[in-house]
Design a protein around this ligand. Structure first.
Ligand code: FMN
Length: 260
């Protein structure tokens, strides 16, 4: 059996609740079989704060003026079958380190690349706000091209009662199971109608609104995405083929530039 590699990126500078929740999740995953894992503490790595120059988006990621561990961390994602974004809730959002990491790979929202990989997220929080962060990270994973599995939020308000500890264990055990199922399933699942719509709209916007020499346009062209049914080879039934054509024409109407 092909052993699946899972990498968890932890966005807390200390090895406390977020780290332990990630560990518990990963141990649960490993116990289900066929998985090996690595935990990467983002605070052990050098990540610069995005300066907003947009060089990565407009010209290409190799033009980024920051010299840090970004590419090494991206290589870790590329070498993984599954990825976990684990973060504490800080002021109702992901931690600053996690956000810095997401900004560093933000160009991949324009040029998605993590297809065939599964992602999820874990949020550790004191009291409130984590559910929205889970939803945010679900969305981030999807936008980067991952097959996303709904994340989970655990409560860590100290002292952690026995009841709370049990609830956390249950949440994480369920989460491990849900992720394992997906990780062991097809890496390239058939796109849903929503997936198709997003892909077709995105490619029309890039085809019609961007210059042919722009990095995103070249990326889509090189990938064959202006002609393909989806980001990756997928067999579409008649209904999805029709829906795809409909999304293409809606996109064309929406993004066609009007003469000045
Ligand atoms: C700067 C800061 C902001 C926080 N903001 C929130 C918050 O908005 N909501 C919440 O429920 N907990 C909040 N917390 C509590 C943390 O989410 C909680 O302590 C979590 O367990 C920290 O993760 P760690 O144990 O991995 O460091 C905050 C903690 C810090 C240090």
């Amino acid at each position: 059996m092909h052993v699946r590699r899972v990498t968890a990126f932890v966005g807390s500078a200390r090895k406390r609740h977020t780290y332990h929740a990630a560990l518990q999740f990963l141990d649960g995953l490993k116990a289900l079989g066929g998985v090996e894992y690595e935990i990467v503490a983002l605070s052990d790595h050098h990540l610069g704060v995005c300066r907003g120059c947009r060089a990565c988006m407009d010209k290409g990621e190799e033009w980024c003026p920051l010299k840090d561990d970004r590419d090494m961390l991206i290589e870790k994602i590329m070498a993984s079958d599954g990825v976990v974004f684990a973060t504490p809730n800080y002021s109702f959002q992901v931690s600053a380190i996690m956000k810095i990491f997401l900004d560093r790979i933000g160009f991949a929202f324009h040029r998605p690349r993590f297809f065939g990989k599964t992602s999820t997220n874990i949020v550790a929080q004191g009291i409130y706000g984590g559910d929205k962060i889970v939803k945010y990270l679900d969305f981030v994973g999807y936008g980067l091209g991952f097959n996303t599995v709904k994340g989970s939020c655990i409560r860590s308000l100290e002292p952690v009662t026995e009841k709370r500890q049990k609830a956390t264990q249950q949440t994480l055990a369920k989460h491990s199971k849900r992720f394992h199922e997906r990780l062991m399933g097809p890496a390239y699942p058939a796109p849903t109608f929503m997936d198709l719509m997003i892909f077709r709209m995105a490619r029309q916007s890039i085809r019609l609104m961007l210059d042919e020499g722009s990095r995103d346009h070249i990326y889509y062209k090189d990938k064959g995405w202006f002609e393909s049914d989806f980001y990756y080879p997928a067999r579409l039934g008649v209904t999805k083929k029709l829906a795809g054509s409909l999304f293409d024409s809606i996109g064309a109407r929406m993004y066609r530039q009007r003469p000045a």
